[in-house]
Write a protein that binds this ligand. Sequence first.
Ligand SMILES: [Fe+2]
Ligand SMILES: [Fe+2]
Length: 193
Amino acid sequence: MKFDIEKILEDVKNTLSEKRYIHSIGVMKQAEYLAKKYGQDVEIAKAVGIAHDIAKELTEEEKIKYVEENKIEIDEIEKINIGLLHAKIGADICKKKYNFTEEMQNAIKYHTTGNENMDTLAKIIFVADKTEENRKYDDLQTVQKLADEDLDKCILYILDYMLVDNVKKQKTIHPDSIKIRNKILLENLKYKS
Ligand SMILES: [Fe+2]
Ligand SMILES: [Fe+2]
């Protein structure tokens, strides 16, 4: 099934602030680039990239209302970090509005915390979200270079940064981030032995 990217673009433009719309375009472009590089369907990667933050700017109240009305299960960490819910809500919106497949929904669901069940599309969206051209942080070029070399290494680098940052700020860490980090580390150990 093909997706009407123009329609999604228009909806995202009408839903999000200009700043986040520009970020979404950046993620779409980077997802396109990485999909070509890693042999994924480019149209699918672009559609997921542009839509990934569609629920980001709902208020906390709106997010809570959405998960209740649409019977979306939320975990202990999401209960205290309501912002995280934009991933699950975004996936649900895209399923209902644009008929996104399970794989596409999962890529949106996993884009913030990561998840041990991430496939290549999900990894591309996770990485594209952190490496798109409008991001501004000291390490950006290093992370972009890693994205070019190896998706797993890039994800590991991003997770390490996120985890250390959360520890410094005494913030909770979602178990899914730990699980995917362990999975990548264990797989890499296997290659070495
Ligand atoms: Fe996001
Ligand atoms: Fe994003």
